[in-house]
Design a protein around this ligand. Structure first.
Ligand code: KG4
Ligand code: ZN
Length: 376
């Protein structure tokens, strides 16, 4: 049995986790800084790093305790070293280095995006199969290669083909805003508060009828940015279209005069606790267009490449509508982590660390943070 301690501090979650054999979550501790950043309407890097400094050791201690593990049981330390905020990454990387050095165990630097992908390998304790008569614990089947992974987070939107562990062939990426960034900006435009993705989803869910449909008036239908002939995405046009609709007087991208006139919410303005039906419809118009493109392009690429499975990863994969549309349209089996494993956590880092270790990958103590690291 191999226990990997995972550490994640790339943005605004201070997280530590213990994962057994790359799959079984023994503990998964996440200290979120949501409240701290809420009044600024976004993450304030300086505040985030200070909070990581305060939280990292308690998070690790709690992760070990919950896992019922001692320091001697830890076989390796895996840590996100990029992409992310430099001042935030530095806290996790330095803590991980100190722990690996003190315990004499390997240090494994992990690309945060690779971590998101490996959330799909994780199994929660309540999903462990019972012990077989021979004493062997059975875990659910792992993802199967070749697979297509849609990684959609606050900073990235990428479509990658994975033929083996740790190899990523880039098919497409966003040409402007990341999917999560677009959700966050639209939430801000609509005065729905921070963090934006869940706020947009909540507003849209208010419209859902008993049959599960989300009615959107035809004048709010947004033109989809298909970028045909490529696997790339673009979301800034949708955001601008929303802005025009909200500001009123402009025209929607389908050419109809906007019937709505509204003041754009200032950054950090309090969340609308009870958004109007119109606001919910605007949120739905955006979400439906974004989800249509994300799901449509993913399913199309999966069919072209004849992959065995589709994986979703990253914070936006927590989106209820994206999950249901991809599941409904794909002929290939779709794997999606539980919602709490889509957003930033350290169990995904530990899982990725285990598979990196298996392929002989170990980092030196000179590991540095790479805020702009790409998935290679
Ligand atoms: O992966 P993540 O936790 O952090 C990054 O690596 O960026 O992703 C955060 C992003 C944010 O933009 C957030 O608004 C979005 O994921 N997000 C969602 C949902 N939950 C989180 N977007 C849409 N629907 C959600 N339910
Ligand atoms: Zn992330």
């Amino acid at each position: 049995m191999t226990l990997v301690l995972g550490i994640e501090t790339s943005c605004d979650e201070t997280a530590a986790a213990v994962v057994e054999d790359g799959r079984l979550i023994r503990s998964n501790v996440v200290f979120t800084q949501e409240e701290l950043h809420r009044r600024f309407g976004g993450v304030v890097p300086e505040l985030a790093s200070r909070e990581h400094v305060l939280g990292i050791l308690p998070a690790v201690e709690r992760a070990l305790q919950t896992a019922d593990a001692r320091w001697e049981d830890v076989d390796a330390v895996a840590v996100s070293y990029g992409p992310g905020l430099a001042g935030s990454l530095v806290v996790g990387v330095n803590a991980a280095k100190a722990m690996a050095l003190a315990r004499g165990v390997p240090l494994v630097g992990i690309n945060h995006l690779e971590g998101h992908v490996y959330a799909n390998w994780l199994v929660k304790p309540d999903h462990w199969r019972p012990l077989t008569p021979g004493g062997e614990r059975r875990t659910p089947a792992a993802p199967m290669f070749p697979l297509l992974c849609l990684i959609v987070s606050g900073g990235h939107s990428e479509l990658v083909l994975m033929k083996h562990h740790g190899t990523y062939e880039h098919l497409g990426r966003t040409r402007d805003d990341a999917a999560g960034e677009a959700f966050d900006k639209v939430a801000r435009i609509l005065g729905l508060g921070y963090p934006g993705g869940p706020a947009v989803q909540r507003a849209v869910e208010r419209l859902r009828d008993p049959k599960g449909n989300i009615p959107i008036p035809s004048h709010l239908e947004l033109t989809r940015p298909w970028l045909r002939g490529t696997h790339d995405f673009s979301f800034s046009g949708l955001k601008t279209a929303m802005l025009r609709l909200v500001e009123g007087g402009g025209t929607s991208p389908v050419g109809n005069p906007s019937p709505l006139s509204r003041v754009v919410a200032a950054p950090g303005s309090p969340a609308t606790t009870d958004p109007s039906r119109e606001t919910c419809q605007l949120a739905a118009a955006f979400q439906e267009a974004a989800v249509d493109v994300l799901a449509g392009k993913t399913v199309q690429a999966a069919e072209q490449l004849r992959v065995k499975q589709i994986l979703l990863a990253g914070g936006v994969a927590a989106n209820k509508r994206l999950r249901e549309v991809v599941l409904a349209r794909s002929k290939a089996p779709v794997l999606i982590p539980d919602v709490d494993l889509c957003t930033d956590n350290a169990a995904m880092v530990a899982a990725a660390g285990y598979f990196r270790l298996q392929s002989g990958h170990v980092s030196g103590l000179d590991l540095d943070v790479k805020p702009n690291l790409r998935l290679a």
